[in-house]
Design a binder for this molecule. Sequence first.
Ligand code: NAD
Length: 459
Amino acid sequence: MKNKHDEQEHRTTRRDFLRAGSIAGLGVALGSLSLSGCASSQPQRGTFLAPGALPAGRPVRVGFVGVGNMGSAHVGNLLNIEGVQLCAICDIVEAKVARVQKLVEDAGQPRPKGYSRGTLDFKRMCAEEELDLVYTATPWEWHTPVCVAAMQNGKHAATEVPAAVTLEECWELVETAEKQHRHCVMMENCCYDRTEMLILNMVRQGVLGELIHAECGYLHDLRRHKLTNVYEGQWRLKHSIERNGDLYPTHGIGPVAQCMNINRGNQFETLVSMSSKSRGLQLYASDQFGADSPLARQEYALGDVVITLIRTVNGETIVITHDTDSPRPYSRNILVQGTKGIIRKYPEELIHIQGRSAGHDWEPLDAYREQYDHPIWKALADKSRGFGHGGMDYIEDYRLVQSLREGTPTDMDVYDAAAWSAISALSERSIARRSRSLDFPDFTRGAWKDREPLGIISI
Ligand SMILES: NC(=O)c1ccc[n+]([C@@H]2O[C@H](COP(=O)([O-])OP(=O)(O)OC[C@H]3O[C@@H](n4cnc5c(N)ncnc54)[C@H](O)[C@@H]3O)[C@@H](O)[C@H]2O)c1
């Protein structure tokens, strides 16, 4: 199948495509944009004033936008974290708003105000409501518009992953957060997975030596999800029709970037991506709905397997795999390698440490768990039990609320949101140009050299 991105230079901005009422052009608004910086005037360089703590005893007042699968899970978490009030709920589907309003009331809080007058009603919510935080779990193309509207109205913003679809949006998030002095946090739950946090703890304690290489990715058979009605209006399928690149890099790269101190003493420097042909969605649609069905005849831009290579300023290499249209077991393919040893997570959790592991053999990572379990997990394992994705979703929401209440830096910030999300747009561009190597933008504008690495946080 021919890749549409090979045939044309896309210059459509997200706003253009939204005006056109079409998803075509999503994520490829790169042609007129400098890869190394934003064309607009440069606000405060690479930093923003840390907002203070909330007044003692005041709950974090939250407006939630997009209460489908993942949004509902976050609402469930937030209702079980002390010091949170759900004040407003927004979704284009009125029935979903009503369902969550009832959930909030059933949890003993006042009925939140509902907003469901169309795709831009989040703007009315951001303007009208007195909120500390606007949190969104909408389709990808809405994440940046919601976050920007929130920050422009003086609210902090939190978004599901990825935070942005285009490089232009990445810069928009950074510039708005800096100008408005508001947090903009991309909620990458996999940074809070127990094993990923264990690995971070081991890296910080020098068990692997100096880092050299990592592998990661998102390998999840989503064919049924994309081709049925799991996602409202099949929004995710539309991205597979129009875009070829690593559409969902952050579950893998988030924890790896934290281990490698990206934006905090290190930077992604160059990227190159390559895509396989596209077969999985057509074959699955043909099998499920018939060879003549519209979904079987549809052409999909997204290659079944997309491989991205990154080299960092400090000389590490990273391989990221995106594979969502194949029959395969779930994996994030985590591997972290240093001068003294190596850890891998899928399909088994294994480790080899020079001088400790026998010969050239792997040993089970479990043998190291008690010694290196992350303090956050030691503290929150009981509270998080039974919540989504093994409890890591609860822990990420807990940490966000804690940071806002106490006025401490968030574990992930707007520069992380921009750098991790930018991989999608850059990989699309690299693939469209026959796997050309591209430079990474420096969203911190040099401040990465002096920023402190994320520590081992305890609560
Ligand atoms: N971190 C994770 O593990 C994880 C897991 C699943 C999904 N997600 C992310 O969560 C987000 C949502 O995915 P989902 O599976 O919940 O999809 P979904 O379709 O179930 O939910 C999206 C919701 O947003 C609503 N919506 C769409 N446009 C809107 C707009 N303009 N204003 C207000 N509401 C709008 C839809 O009606 C729907 O209820 C995506 O970004 C996805 O990548 C993350």
